[in-house]
Design a protein around this ligand. Structure first.
Ligand SMILES: Nc1ncnc2c1ncn2[C@@H]1O[C@H](COP(=O)(O)OP(=O)(O)OP(=O)(O)O)[C@@H](O)[C@H]1O
Length: 662
């Protein structure tokens, strides 16, 4: 797999040129720029908005429609209690350190990585080796650092550094601090060691309402709103399992030092799916057979832990069979994510799925694979696909008492024998007063084994001691007139369980940017001018589908232009008219930069017989036919029913020099 950033046509990617083109064409732009801007905040311009809308449209069709998902739109403002329960208040953090000399704030893992990578680079230089742009994460996007000296490190040290880098996401704050000391990692900007890493919570805090009593946050993911609606969604789905909810909306993270353009921002659009599955039966998926032959490129956790980055290419069927991917549902979604990215026009040789290592995994996940895309800044996580097990539904149910469970009628009744706790409510409450509820919850939370032991204790002593954190130094005596422990037999017709959740989570901005890089190339211009950029988006994704140009500014063309754009609008195809006085070639190349796949030219022949020419962006080939045939051709190209090759074989080819300028 290539490690250097190249364009679609294999040319080396000139990122500065691409970025200047994107700015010029207003794909996106720093927010509040005339006030100096704020890092990590961007506005999308017209082509960026249209591209994003098309990606979302394809996402909805590919997932929500195809899988009958239940879409919800939940609020961004989230009360403190919800995110405290979900674990985000305590654990949704990155490690941050500070340069004591200049006050620079550094994200600890990125800092360690940057310094080690720059030392490795220096080592290569000292050995006289060619330096390729390294495969790095966007978070590893570096400022040019001072002190990047060409110093030979020795083979053992190089190996050690490479092993650390292969598992950089696996270190906690303490371990990162140890690495900084052990390898004497000084900030190249000042030559001093940064302070030990501390956890920095990434959520934006706010207060809801004028009294400021209700603390809240801007959501860091859309998932929690979906989980809290689980019971209502299950009812909407007439109690049927499995099912999935989906949501598209903005999320907010106060990233420590966002410097990678759209790849790491503080406000971004997410599209998330929560697929609820019965944990019994090893999370099988009824449509797995449809995807099992799809080949994926996998970088598993063991490979990374051994300090390697070599990938395995195999079908998802084999990956699940071999246990590399834990279960069919997870495998099904990895394959569906792959197909979605392919549909968008992501370069197939620049996708890999990387498994998370234990420390790297979010607090709620029990397995996680990221779909990473290779860009000029290295491998970028664009989609996370986590098995969140029953974590979220369990914690919210426990906190609120809401039954976030599935109740399933059993085909055959089940005889259950188990220990039950019988609380003498009339006496229990008045006896323990304000602590009653907490003690009762602790009793109900006891396991079968604990209840068996407690029953023996009760029989022997007439009382038991229950562990109740926060009450009477953690130990509470309960006598037999308040509590009985009985071994009972009962028949169950209903099975209750908490579903597990498989969550594919898409960062639309990261996908959008990678898509731009993967579809960008430059075309040499005929007139000796600078090479011009082309964005070869598939027609369905392209911001605007058709450019309408007139051969000259002649007034006669006006009615034809208006009629044509009206007809295109009527069939739902977006178009833009460029009737400026720039040469046709210039107008086309302006729109090649916007990724517009088709161009219609209105010329004097149009005035005579109503025919127009249709140009395809990548080949620049043209055909000529009457307006309605051309519109039908565009429709079939945009909806994917036909390729340009089909159109060229169906309609008369037109040579560009036939255009007659008057
Ligand atoms: N700061 C960000 N800017 C843009 N997109 C983001 C950002 N953080 C997360 N995403 C997107 O949201 C998706 C799901 O979020 P998730 O919590 O899995 O990311 P993450 O593991 O925290 O990302 P990273 O490790 O890069 O910070 C990611 O795959 C990514 O596409």
């Amino acid at each position: 797999m290539t490690t250097t950033a190249t364009t679609l046509k294999g040319q080396p990617l000139d990122k500065a040129v691409l970025e200047s083109m994107l700015r010029r064409r207003m794909f996106y732009t720093p927010s509040f720029e005339i006030y100096g801007g704020v890092s990590g905040l961007y506005d999308y311009g017209p082509p960026g908005c249209a591209l994003q809308a098309n990606i979302i449209d394809i996402w909805r069709k590919h997932f929500v429609l195809e899988e009958d998902m239940l879409e919800v739109d939940c609020t961004v403002l989230t009360p403190h209690e919800v995110l405290k329960t979900s674990g985000h208040v305590d654990k949704f953090a990155d490690w941050m350190c500070k340069d004591p000399k200049n006050g620079e704030i550094l994200r600890a893992d990125h800092f360690v990585e940057d310094v080690l990578e720059s030392r490795l680079k220096g080592d290569k230089e000292a050995r006289g080796e060619k330096i390729e742009e390294k495969e790095v994460d966007p978070k590893k996007k570096k400022k040019k650092t001072k002190g990047q000296e060409a110093i030979k490190l020795g083979d053992a040290v190089v190996k050690e550094y490479e092993e650390i880098l292969a598992q950089i996401d696996n270190y906690n704050g303490e371990q990162l601090g140890e690495l900084i000391i052990k390898y004497d990692l000084k900030n190249p900007a000042t030559g001093v060691l940064p302070t030990p890493p501390v956890a920095f919570n990434l959520m934006f805090q706010t207060s809801i309402g004028p009294s400021s009593n209700l603390a809240g946050y801007l959501r860091p993911e859309t998932a929690q709103g979906q989980f809290l609606n689980f019971a209502k969604l299950l009812e909407f789905n007439t109690g049927n399992m499995p099912f999935a909810s989906a949501s598209i909306g903005k999320s907010y993270r106060n990233e420590i030092s966002p410097r990678a353009g759209l790849l790491r921002v503080r406000e971004f659009l997410m599209a998330e799916i929560e697929h609820y599955v019965d944990p019994e039966g090893h999370k099988k998926h009824s449509r797995f057979h449809e995807v099992e032959d799809i080949e994926l490129v996998l970088l598993d956790r063991h490979t990374q832990l051994s300090g390697q980055t070599s990938v395995k290419k195999m079908t998802v069927g084999k990956a699940v069979k071999d246990g590399l991917v834990d279960n069919e549902t997870l495998g099904y979604f990895l394959a569906r994510i792959h197909l979605f990215l392919e549909k968008l026009g992501i370069d197939q040789s620049k996708i890999r799925f990387r498994q998370h290592m234990a420390n790297e995994m979010a607090h709620y996940a029990c397995d996680c694979w990221d779909a990473e895309l290779l860009t000029s800044t290295g491998w970028v996580e664009c989609v996370g696909c986590a098995d969140r097990s029953a974590y979220d539904l369990t914690v919210h149910a426990k906190k609120t008492g809401a039954p976030l469970i599935v109740r399933e009628r059993l085909d055959e009744p089940k005889i259950i024998e188990e220990w039950e706790t019988v609380i003498e409510k009339k006496k229990f409450g008045p006896f323990y007063k304000k602590d009653g509820k907490t003690i009762e919850a602790a009793i109900l939370a006891t396991s079968q084994e604990q209840r068996e032991t407690l029953a023996k204790e009760m029989e022997q002593n007439g009382k038991v001691v229950i562990d109740v954190p926060g009450v009477s130094e953690g130990k509470v005596e309960v006598s037999k007139d308040l509590l009985a422990l009985e071994f009972r037999k009962r028949t169950e017709n209903i099975r209750e369980y908490t579903p597990n959740v498989i969550e594919p989570s898409f960062g639309i901005g990261r996908i959008l940017y990678s898509l731009i890089e993967h579809n960008y190339w430059t075309r040499a211009s005929d007139g000796g001018d600078e090479a011009r950029g082309v964005l070869s988006f598939p027609p369905a994704v392209a911001p605007t589908k058709v450019l309408i140009v007139t051969l000259s500014t002649n007034q006669e063309f006006g009615p034809f232009t208006r009629k044509l754009s009206q007809k295109l609008r009527a069939v739902g195809i977006s178009s833009r008219v460029d009737d400026s006085s720039a040469s046709i070639g210039k107008r086309y190349s302006r729109n090649d930069e916007l990724g517009t796949p088709f161009g219609i030219t209105i010329d004097f022949q149009t005035v005579k017989d109503g025919s127009v020419t249709l140009r395809e962006r990548d080949s620049t080939h043209q055909v000529r036919a009457d307006e309605d045939k051309i519109i039908a051709a565009i429709q079939s190209l945009v909806n994917g029913a036909k390729s340009w090759r089909d159109i060229e074989s169906e309609l008369p080819v037109f040579e560009a020099q036939e255009l007659e300028v008057r």
